[in-house]
Design a binder for this molecule. Structure first.
Ligand SMILES: Nc1nc2c(c(=O)[nH]1)N[C@H]1C(S)=C(S)[C@@H](COP(=O)(O)O)O[C@H]1N2
Ligand SMILES: [Mo]
Length: 224
C-alpha cells in the first residue's frame, strides 16, 4: 500500500472529533488516537522456551536473584487500565494489562538504598532507563497479559514492562533483566536522540534537535 489515504484508513486512525469530549484531553500534544495496536520494535521477535526463560535482578542489590515464569505468575497480580503514548505519535486509550506491579516486586528484591535508577534490559539487545521513584506509581508493572489474553509474541511475550506515564519506548518488551543503578545511564533510544525523561504531556520527545517524525509514521508499520 503506497497510498497515504488508504493506509490511514486501514490503520484505523481515530480523529479527535470521533472521541468523547471528556477523553480528548487525554491526548497529549502532537499525538493521534489509534484503535488498532501498532507493533514497534528494533530487530526480530525473540523465541523462548519458557523452561529456560528467567528474569534476573542485578546491579545495586544485596544479592542477585532470578525468577522463572511460574514464579512470576505466583506473585500478587494486578489489572490496570491505562493510556499509552508512542513517540511516533500514536496514543491508545484504555489498554488493559495484567501482571505484577513494580511496587509489589520491589520488597522481594533486597535493593540497596543507594539505588536510584533502573535499567530494563530486554531482547533483542534493547535497554531503557527509568528513575526508581517513577516505577512506584500504582500502574507501573511487569505485564504478562493484555486485554484478558496472554501477551502475544510480538507485543512482548512472555513479559514486558508497562510504564504508562512515559513514552512507550520506556515500556520494554521481552524484558529479561532489571538492573538497579546508583547513577542514571541512558538506554538505547535515550542514547540515540530521544529524551531521558520522556513525559508525553510535556512533549519530551528528543534530547537535542527535534527529529522529523511524520504524523503517520507508525501507520507504515505492522499493527494488530
Ligand atoms: N525489547 C524491546 N522493547 C521495546 C522496543 C524494542 O525495540 N525492543 N520498542 C519500544 C517502542 S519504541 C514502543 S512504541 C513499544 C511498542 O510496543 P508494542 O509493539 O506492543 O506496541 O515497545 C517498546 N519496547
Ligand atoms: Mo515507540
Amino acid at each position: 500500500m503506497h497510498n497515504k489515504a488508504d493506509r490511514l484508513k486501514n490503520a484505523k486512525v481515530i480523529l479527535p472529533s470521533d472521541i468523547d469530549i471528556e477523553k480528548r484531553d487525554r491526548l497529549p500534544a502532537g499525538q493521534t488516537f489509534t484503535g488498532k495496536f501498532p507493533i514497534l520494535h528494533e530487530g526480530e521477535v525473540p523465541k523462548y522456551d519458557l523452561n529456560d526463560w528467567r528474569l534476573t535482578i542485578g546491579g545495586e542489590v544485596e544479592e542477585e536473584i532470578s525468577f522463572s515464569f511460574d514464579e512470576i505468575l505466583m506473585l500478587p497480580s494486578t489489572r490496570i487500565q491505562c493510556d499509552i503514548h508512542c513517540v511516533t505519535r500514536w496514543s491508545k486509550l484504555d489498554t488493559e494489562w495484567e501482571g505484577v506491579l513494580f511496587s509489589d516486586l520491589l520488597p522481594l528484591l533486597k535493593v540497596k538504598p543507594e539505588a536510584k535508577f533502573v535499567m530494563f534490559h530486554a531482547d533483542p539487545d534493547y535497554e531503557t532507563n527509568v528513575p526508581l521513584a517513577d516505577l512506584m506509581l500504582d500502574n507501573v508493572m511487569l505485564a504478562y497479559r493484555y486485554a484478558g489474553e496472554p501477551l502475544t509474541e510480538k507485543h512482548g511475550w512472555p513479559l514486558r514492562t508497562i510504564v504508562p506515564h512515559r513514552y512507550f519506548w520506556k515500556s520494554a518488551k521481552w524484558v529479561k533483566r532489571i538492573e538497579f543503578m546508583k547513577e542514571d545511564r541512558p538506554g538505547f533510544w535515550e542514547r540515540n536522540g530521544f529524551h531521558n525523561e520522556a513525559d508525553p504531556f510535556k512533549e519530551q520527545r528528543f534530547s537535542g534537535e527535534a527529529l522529523p517524525i511524520p504524523e503517520d509514521e507508525w501507520t507504515k508499520k505492522e499493527f494488530d
